[in-house]
Each structure stands twice: as C-alpha cells, then as structure tokens.
Design a protein around this ligand. Sequence first.
Ligand code: NAD
Length: 424
Amino acid sequence: MSTPEKTSRVSGFHKKSPRERLDFVAGFSGLDEDEVGHLANMGNLDPHLADHLIENVIATMNVPVGVATNMRVDGEDILVPMATEESSVVAAVCNAARQCYDSGGFVTSMSGTLMIAQVQLVGVSDPVHARIRILERREEIKAVCDACDPVLVKLGGGFRDVEVRIIESAGGPMVVTHLIVDTRDAMGANAVNSMAEKLAPQIEVWCGGRVYLRILSNLADRRLARARAVWTCDAIGGAAVRDGIISAFQFAAADPYRAATHNKGVMNGISAVVLATGNDTRAVEAGAHAYAARRGAYGSLTDWEVTAEGDLAGTIELPMAVGLIGGATKLHPTARACLRILGVASADRLSRIIAAVGLAQNFSALKALATTGIQKGHMSLHAQNIAMMAGAVGDEVAALASVLVGLGTVRVDVAEIELRKLRG
Ligand code: NAD
C-alpha cells in the first residue's frame, strides 16, 4: 500500500488552535518531540495574543533585546532598547555614543508627523483638467477624510492638504491624488488607507475614469527624522580617523554598491529600535531606501563633514513612520516595556531617537572600516556564536571563543577540533 502524499491543502487551518496547528506541522515536516516542545514554548508572549497578531500561528521567534548606553539625545540621557539577532550592533551604538557624549551627544529634529495616502485614477481623457477639478474640492476632501477618524482629529491630527500629480506610465497618464494627513502618535497606515478608500468613489464621480489603488506611500518624506552630532578629533583618535570616515561616506555617496552596505549598517541600528518598540520594520526600511534614491541615484542616508574647528560632523535625515499607538506597539508587552525604558511620550520623540541611533551606528561602522576593519570588532562575538554552533556550552563558550580569536581562525570545523581538545 502506498503512503498518502503530503498535502499543503489544509482546510480550516486558521480555525485551529496554535497547538493543533503545530501538531499538524510536526506530522507534515517530521519534527521530533524536542522540536515540537521547543516551538510550543511561546516564552513571554501570551499564545492568545500571538494568535491574534498574525494568522496561522504555531510558535514565536525570540530575538535578544540589548540596551544601548551612553546615549544623550537633546540634552537628555536615555537608554535605548534594541532587538536584533546580529552581534556588534548594540556595541557599535554604545561606542559611538560614548565618543560624542562629551561634545553634547545628539541633537535631533523632525519635519512633522505627516503621512501620504495615494489614490490612483486611470482612464481619464483630460488628466490636466481632472487634476484641477480634484484640487477645487479641498474642503470636501478634508471633510471626508476627517470624518473617517474623529479620534485622530480630536487629538489634533487629521487632513492637512491635498496634492494631485499626473504620472506618465506605460498604461497612459495616471492622475494620482495625495492625501496628506497628520497621524500624530500613530504610524497611520490604517488611518490614511481608510481615508483613501472613502474618498475614491468621489474622485471617480468628479473625474470619470477608474480608481484602482488606495494606499499610503511608505516614502514618508513629510515625516523626516533628523539627527546630528559632532565627534571631536581627539575623541575619535585623530584627523586620520576623521578623514577615513569622510572618505568612506564619499565612497557611499558616489557608489550604489557601497551605499547599499553603508545604509544596511544604518538600518542595523534603526530596525533594531523599530522592532523593539513593536513598530513596522518593513515600512521604515522601505521609506529609508526610497529616500536614499530620491535624487535618482541610490546614495547615503548620512552625511559626514569637517567642522570649522576641524572636528567630525555627522548628519542623518530619513523618513520615520513609527508610532506609540496602533499595530503591535500597544499590544506587545515587550514593545510596551521597551517604550517605558525609552521614556518617550510622543512618536516625534521616538522617531528622533531612532534617527540618532542610525547615525551612531553609521559612525561606528565607518570608523571600524576606515581603521582596523570590521572583522576585529565582530570577531569576539562572532567567535562565541561559532563556539556555540560547534557545541560549546556554559563556560566553554567564552573559553573556546578566545582560543579561536587567538588562532585567528573563526570556523566551525576548527572550533569542533578545539572543543574536543578543551574537553580533554
Ligand atoms: P491603528 O489604526 O491601529 O491606530 C491608529 C488609530 O488610533 C488612529 O487612526 C486614531 O484613531 C487612534 N489613536 C488613538 N490615540 C492616538 C494618538 N495619540 N495619535 C494618533 N492616533 C491615535 O494603526 P495605524 O498607525 O493606523 O497603522 C499601523 C499598522 O498598519 C501597522 O501595524 C502597520 O504594519 C500596518 N500597515 C502598514 C502598511 C504599510 O506600511 N504599507 C499598510 C497597511 C497596514
């Protein structure tokens, strides 16, 4: 008798409990008892909450939360929780912050908390005329948008402006309406999407044609977070280090291959705080990378210059659509606790701190790259990971890691041999 084929067609999977789903998955994928037991342990996230945050939940994924010290932002000392699986990220922020602490730390600002929703209209014979017809309805548009979210309006947010762009596309001209909405302490995706959906039928009535998409833009360039700091030459080890950092920045500004890695480093810090606070990492990342390409070529999110005094001046500016309310921010207990650690009372303050972390991260990466190279700093933490992969436990981890660093060869095969030696 042939065994029935495995099938991924499962009816009512979403209606099962996490444990029932896990049992199905275990049977499907041949998980052993240890693996099932591990996945069934949801740690400090209530299974009921996990099951309501996303669909088809079977487990949770724990990521370490570290705290960056030495951060001084707008004259206030703060501790910054960072959720990341990558070694050296938290240490990089601590080091950068320590080296600019005495020169005042980070100074930050924000362009506002405005989000943009887009309504795409196609098949209009007179797009230029249609654009003006939409702009004439500003007060009507404001009323429709604000009626969608009285809570937001009561809190001082709501509709701020309307813009209409005509985009030439492969399918002909598109009339794209931008609703500009102040979403205050919310990231605002749901808020502005509801407004765009509500307004869409009206736009068809005013212009003819057909509306397709009604959704926010993650290029949140009306919500720019900015941070700057000065590192004195003395604090960073001299003019050669300063010039190396500036040259590294100039490389990124001139070359998208380098800029991608430069900005990946910036996002190491930024995404870690975004995740720790329960915000949407993909939204912030999409906004950052689109902003980095705003001049037509992909470039650096940061800028590095020499001050009149000969010190190193660093600047960052990027869209920062994060909130204190909405999504998982208020629901996830770890996110709530991380927001308490930060002590922030507004999305504006959170955004500015996150920008400062991105700048700090970039400083450390560029300094390491321009001097000793990135591997030296990474090596000891990386060696500990390799030691654990080779099977080291408890005190063996640090001991084996230092042997590997001493050998200058941090590889699993070498670690396995050295672990056997350590164990005699
Ligand atoms: P939300 O709708 O859950 O909460 C926002 C609402 O909370 C506001 O509209 C307002 O009515 C209310 N509110 C209460 N107090 C407020 C305050 N102080 N400031 C502002 N609003 C307050 O969440 P959201 O922020 O609209 O949406 C965020 C979620 O949308 C995230 O989970 C994100 O992942 C998701 N999302 C993102 C995208 C995208 O980025 N492309 C698309 C769709 C959904």
